[in-house]
Design a protein around this ligand. Structure first.
Ligand code: ZN
Length: 357
């Protein structure tokens, strides 16, 4: 009797199924395909050995071999399906973890350090410039009596200059009229009174702070805005001292290519008075829409202290002289950073605010 080449067939199948079960990685499975069911497999060599069988046995043996091979091929495909879906699930799980990290990083709010707004930054920079020039920094109340806001500054009740300030009134009349200060100038009066009472004259101070006017907000005006006031009270102060301070400040804050100039103006509490203008920071003096083609931008007002103001606080104008100046901090920030619309300063748009950290 001829040896049956398919004697080992059961063993080959069991061996192949055992190997398949031990493979737990798709790449390993693909690598084993040739040796398990492909041309290097036991099935291929058994197929060749069938030629030695008698023709009547060959068909039956061939069918048995095909049946065994199909069992292993089915098991192979099933294993591939299992490993493939496992890999897919693992990939999904890993992707989901990545997504989790993204959510933690981007969506969950973590504390972020803030920073002062542009107006506060500008105020500090201005204070630094003036402190370097020998000025001290003082503050005054934002709610003022009519006397400090108007009368002591040579603006009596019927004075037409009151029309220059659209005022927020807190209380009218008795016992006294109280307003939200329309300018930082009343702080001058407080400083002079305190210096007189405490014997600390002379005064070289700047007074930054918030002011209020009933302006409808637009690109160049806010109803609540910021000014910085300057006050010098000393002996023998001349207009040239005022002009020098304005010029020195302008170059120190805006840069050497920005000039200041004074033009005659009227304010009730200074005489003579001037508006001070600086070279337009947008066009550098060439002329543009912002400066109405003049090359100059008005920044503030200034002048020599009116004797009536000295008398209002009890200082002798024959002994003391001095000057005052004031300008908008918001306007300074607008000019220096070329902000088209001043309302951006109060709209709390983080995209705007972040630019000035
Ligand atoms: Zn210009």
């Amino acid at each position: 009797m001829k040896p049956n080449p398919l004697e080992s067939l059961d063993h080959v199948v069991r061996d192949a199924l055992g190997q398949l079960a031990a493979i737990d990685d798709l790449a390993d499975l693909n690598g084993a395909e040739a040796s398990l069911i492909g041309r290097r497999s036991a099935f291929t060599s058994l197929q060749k050995s069938l030629g030695a069988l008698a023709p009547e046995d060959r068909a039956r043996a061939g069918a048995a071999l095909q049946e065994a091979r199909r069992r292993v091929e089915d098991a192979f495909e099933e294993r591939r399906r299992v490993l493939d879906s496992g890999a897919w699930e693992r990939r999904m799980r890993e992707d989901r973890l990545d997504l989790g990290d993204v959510i933690a990083e981007r969506v969950v709010w973590s504390p972020r350090a803030g920073h002062p707004g542009l107006v506060a930054i500008t105020q500090r920079e201005l204070e630094d410039v003036f402190v370097a020039m020998g000025f001290s920094v003082a503050e005054g109340p934002e709610v003022e009596s009519d006397w400090y806001n108007f009368e002591a500054l040579n603006i009596p009740p019927a004075h037409p200059a009151r029309g220059m300030w659209d005022t927020f009134y807190v209380e009218m009349g008795e016992p006294e009229t109280v307003v939200l200060r329309t300018h930082t100038s009343p702080t001058q009066i407080h400083l002079m009174e305190e210096a007189l009472a405490s014997g600390t004259l002379p005064i070289h101070s700047v007074m930054p702070g918030r002011c209020y006017r009933r302006d409808t907000p637009d690109a160049r005006h806010l109803a609540a805005f910021h000014q910085v006031e300057g006050l010098v009270v000393d002996r023998g102060i001349a207009f040239a001292d005022l002009a020098g301070v304005i010029e020195t400040f302008t170059r120190a804050y805006f840069g050497d290519d920005i000039e200041a100039r004074l033009r005659p103006a009227y304010f009730p509490f200074t005489e003579p008075s001037a508006e001070f203008e600086i070279t337009c920071t947008i066009c550098r003096g060439a002329g543009c829409r912002t400066c109405s083609q003049t090359g100059w931008i008005e920044l503030g007002g200034c002048g020599m202290l009116d004797p009536a103001v000295f008398e209002a606080v009890g200082l002798d104008p024959e002994v003391w002289s001095g000057f005052a100046f004031g300008f908008g901090i918001d306007r300074c920030a607008q000019m220096r950073h070329q902000i088209a619309d001043m309302r951006a300063l109060t709209e709390n748009d983080v995209r705007f605010l972040e630019q000035f950290s």
